[in-house]
Design a protein around this ligand. Structure first.
Ligand SMILES: [Zn+2]
Length: 357
């Protein structure tokens, strides 16, 4: 029995729910139908954040606002056109600008019209007015601080300046081996030259003071040219062994040779090349013998040609050549190669010259 009653009440409850639901649906569709018939539309108008619900049969936004005595001035910002058609659940947002007093970098306060609600958005507005300048809030002031009409806002300007500067790219020096030149000789195969680059720099000023400068672009306008130095690897031709003076003097004594006199002369070195003897040189000495190691050029008024000599550090030689610069107490000692002459160690060096008998 109780089970039956229970079932009955469940059926009844379901029936009641169904009736309520049906009635509600009927009412809803009825009111929608009524709104459609009469043209009544619900909408919200939000003025400076204040929201109000309206119902209207007006066709356009302009008609509706005029009917409600809501004036929209030229400075006001409205999110819809005045002649836009009113639709159900429309939201008309009207923001009236207000005045705040803005001081930049501690300067005097100037009036700025805005309808933004925070300092951060005011900064965006100011930045849009002048793209070259950005702003920050002063220390301890949040950019989310709410703006109120008439309030003072202190800002710090952030500006950037770009400029270019030219920098030198120093050339590098490369050394290469060359068997065209003797060991110890160097030759410049290519002169180096510096390159150039133009760097675009950016300086940032905060509150009018320079805070940082950094490069934003770099452009090489001239490439450096490397200097190439050739390092001689050519081995000098072997020279006859030069005996020490004492050995020679001993040898002279041993062989019964003796010397008549010793003169201290200023010694230089040369070879038969055109650099040493001029471009017309044929390698033949004034006395007609070939210029080679063992030949000395002298002033024949001091030492007659054909005189056998012993020169300290050089060895035996014969006075067989002359030279335009070889005057008086000068002696020019011949070597087989230019390299050997260069490295002989004689450069107007005082030497003892033994005049052999
Ligand atoms: Zn030479």
């Amino acid at each position: 029995m109780s089970k039956y009653l229970c079932n009955t009440s469940q059926h009844l409850r379901a029936l009641v729910v169904a009736i309520i639901a049906f009635t509600f649906m009927a009412l809803c569709s009825g009111s929608t139908a009524k709104a459609a018939e009469t043209g009544v539309k619900g909408l919200r108008v939000i003025i400076d954040g204040q929201s109000t619900y309206y119902e209207t049969t007006d066709k356009t936004v302009g008609e509706f606002l005029a009917g409600e005595n809501i004036t929209v001035s030229e400075e006001d910002i409205i999110n819809v056109d005045m002649d836009a058609e009113i639709t159900s659940s429309m939201r008309i947002v009207i923001d009236t600008p207000f005045e705040v007093l803005v001081s930049v970098d501690g300067g005097e306060y100037k009036s700025v019209e805005t309808n933004e609600d925070t300092i951060g958005k005011l900064i965006v507005q100011l930045r849009n007015d002048d793209e070259d300048t950005d702003y920050r809030t002063t220390e301890g002031v949040s950019s989310s601080t709410k703006l109120e009409p008439g309030m003072t806002v202190d800002l710090v300007s952030v500006t950037a300046k770009t400029f270019t500067k030219t920098e030198t790219i120093p050339y590098e020096t490369r050394t290469v081996d060359s068997d065209e030149y003797y060991i110890g000789e160097t030759h410049i195969a290519q002169e180096g030259s510096d390159g150039e680059k133009v760097i675009t720099m950016k300086s940032v000023y905060v509150g009018g003071e320079l805070t940082e400068t950094y490069s934003i672009d770099s452009n090489v306008v001239k490439l450096p040219v490397e200097k190439i130095v050739e390092n001689g690897t050519k081995k000098p031709e072997p020279e006859p062994e030069i005996k020490a003076e004492t050995d020679v003097i001993d040898a002279v004594s041993d062989k019964g040779f003796s010397y008549s006199s010793v003169i201290t002369m200023s010694a230089t070195a040369y070879c038969p090349c055109s650099a040493c003897c001029g471009s017309n040189s044929n390698g033949i000495t004034a006395s007609g013998i070939k210029a080679c190691y063992g030949v000395a050029a002298v002033d024949k008024r001091v030492i007659p040609l054909g005189t056998k000599l012993y020169v300290e550090g050089y060895g035996y030689c014969i006075a067989a050549d002359t030279g335009s610069a070889i005057k008086g107490n000068r002696i020019d000692l011949c070597y087989n190669t230019h390299y050997s002459a260069l490295h002989s160690g004689y450069g107007h060096t005082p030497v003892k010259v033994y005049i052999l008998d």
